[in-house]
Design a protein around this ligand. Structure first.
Ligand SMILES: Cc1cc2nc3c(=O)[nH]c(=O)nc-3n(C[C@H](O)[C@H](O)[C@H](O)COP(=O)(O)O)c2cc1C
Length: 203
């Protein structure tokens, strides 16, 4: 059975363009895989804790030396990793905030990226351990000019970052279906959402 994991990073519960695109994509994937299970994390509703000193200690402690305190400090990371490991398909919906991803999504990533669990390092090479997955990312950009090599493409630290990050973890099949100029006039916004939804239909 196909397992879908969806992560929403917009702080907005209503009017979120990234979530709207994610809804369309989710409906399409569920129509394609009617037996699929869906797990949905809304980061604004249940924020992921930032990693702390003891979390990092736990990340670097061999399994046989883990104390109850270290196990407790890494249990959220264990859960986040288990959810991604189990998934065949990931849907990530995110706004651009200050040219990058929201800190809520970065907190989730900081719990996910973990030596020996989601990547390995042999002293000279890194290897991603989360292979065989497809990742769809819906980004909402307030301004125009980021997509299709636009004049603002160099200021987009969302798509290049997520492409590299997921690739680092072994997820090389990453597809972006995004909308920009979401803070423009209503007609432009509607047209840009429509364009992104048409691209989702091609998935
Ligand atoms: C805190 C904050 C920072 C933002 N930073 C940027 C930015 O750097 N560039 C940009 O084009 N839009 C920026 N925006 C606009 C959002 O990207 C835009 O409103 C987007 O549609 C938000 O995603 P959502 O519709 O899914 O909530 C920002 C919005 C907020 C609230």
């Amino acid at each position: 059975m196909t397992k879908i994991l969806r992560i929403d990073a917009s702080t907005r519960a209503t009017d979120s363009v990234s979530r709207k695109l994610g809804d369309t994509l989710q409906a399409q994937l569920l129509a394609k895989y009617p037996q699929a299970s869906l797990q949905h994390r809304v980061l604004a509703d249940a924020p992921i804790e930032h990693i702390q000193n003891i979390t990092i200690q736990g990340f670097y402690t061999p399994a046989e030396q883990m104390t109850p305190a270290l196990q407790d400090a890494t249990k959220l990371s264990d859960l986040v990793i288990a959810e991604v490991t189990a998934a065949d398909i990931l849907i990530i919906t995110t706004p651009m905030y200050n040219f990058s991803i929201p800190s809520s999504l970065k907190a989730w990533i900081d719990q996910l990226v973990r030596i020996g669990k989601t990547f390995s390092y042999d002293g000279s090479n890194f290897q991603g351990l989360l292979t065989g997955k497809t990742v769809y990312v819906n980004v909402a950009y307030g301004a125009p000019g980021y997509l299709n090599n636009g004049p603002f493409a160099g200021a987009d630290f969302v798509e290049p970052y997520l492409t590299f990050l997921f690739g680092f973890l072994g997820m090389t099949d990453v597809k972006f279906i995004s909308a920009e100029a979401t803070t423009a006039d209503a007609i432009t916004v509607a047209q840009n959402i429509e364009k992104a939804e048409a691209a989702i239909k091609q998935v």
